[in-house]
Design a protein around this ligand. Sequence first.
Ligand SMILES: Nc1ncnc2c1ncn2[C@@H]1O[C@H](COP(=O)(O)OP(=O)(O)OP(=O)(O)O)[C@@H](O)[C@H]1O
Length: 459
Amino acid sequence: MEDKKANIIATITILTLLLVIIAARVYLKLSKTFYLLAGVDVSLILAVFCFLAIRNRYNREKKLLESRYISEGRELRIEYSFLRKVAGVPTKFKLDDLEEATDGFRIQIGKGGSGSVFKGVLKDGSQVAVKRIEGEEKGEREFRSEVAAIASVQHKNLVRLYGYSSVNRYRFLVYEYIPNSSLDVWIFPGRGGSRRLGGCLTWDQRYQVAIDVAKALSYLHNDCRSKILHLDVKPENILLDEDYRAVVTDFGLSKLVARDESRVVTEIRGTCGYLAPEWLLEHGISEKSDVYSYGIVLLEMIGGRRSISRVENKNKKNGKKKKKLEYFPRIVMEKMRERRVMEIVDQRLIEAKEVNDEGQVMKLVYVALWCIQEKAKNRPDMAMVIEMLEGRVHVNEPPDSKLVVVDLLAAAGGDDDDDVDVTTGVRRVVEIPRLHIQRERHFRFPSVCSSLVSPVSPR
Ligand SMILES: Nc1ncnc2c1ncn2[C@@H]1O[C@H](COP(=O)(O)OP(=O)(O)OP(=O)(O)O)[C@@H](O)[C@H]1O
């Protein structure tokens, strides 16, 4: 606009000058010198005029290019954020966005070892669970491993990480919201607590959850660019969606391992009751350590009880009550030896007459016992577990097994009753100073037909 004005002014000025010169020539009869000076003036004015014209043209083209870049940049940005969403690449959120989404961190939906989890809604309407990681050094480590592990994974049975935020000492992880809480409130009686959530999963739902979790772990172990060891498989870290299908979460303790690395040595991490014996007995851990924890979770789903629990015993002689630890896998083995498999099953399911297929119960128990074999190499991998659960291969009876009880309750804080979470009987540990290992006597199934250590045989 300003350029146009300048052009008009320049044109008017030149015309006026010309008119003035001609008028002067006619009326004042001026000399040749005057014409010479006037000519120079006009040339100068013409030069200015040309300069203005060229500058105008240059500005116009510059503006055109700029606006093209802006619109192309906007398109690129839209495309980029679309691709991020499609590819599941996590977004970096601002703290303000998260405060707004969670209404100032108002609705707490969970609390774990590394922080609290809040419900929220993003601007685009998607429901999210925002985990606020608390604690300095440990929190940072868990934050990094969680983002690194989960950012690259895409599986319907693994929780999706929408984004994260790291501002000063505040660290947040933003997940898709999974509405039916975690598996523990659906298999252990009285776990819903003040949240009044949970109930009793049916047998079929439990069996489906077993398959879902096996698929999630098999994907982590076999189908990602690096092998991902979860290292904290337990009911609290298995969420249930609106159809009670399992979604594995909490990668805070996970470890990325190169494909060609069969074992890794790392500090003890995990949760009491779910730790595989090789954490202490062998050199390093592997994906088979997840298989072990998975086996324990299977037994807990079958029995509707924790693998380690405290029971009160009355002394027959003096009538005094005494608390003692009960190890459910040992009870399961004894029941299997006596061929009383249905006595292992959650009594609520038996009372509701929900379990009719004893063969299926037997299969699930066998798979669980294969998974908790003392020696990691004797356990099946997760891909094989899926084959067994989906009935594509026959499951052999597990062989003789030394049952290694890693007495982590004692290790984590002594035998002091006050020091243990009596509702769960378990405690999360990341670093354990000393460990008590107790080897159970050999357990022998009634009809071990083969010395071959293999969980399956061709159908
Ligand atoms: N995406 C989610 N959707 C709904 N609820 C969730 C979600 N993530 C976590 N929760 C709830 O919060 C609880 C704690 O979450 P999480 O286990 O991830 O925390 P944590 O601090 O890492 O715990 P842990 O002690 O197992 O490490 C879960 O048991 C669950 O009830």
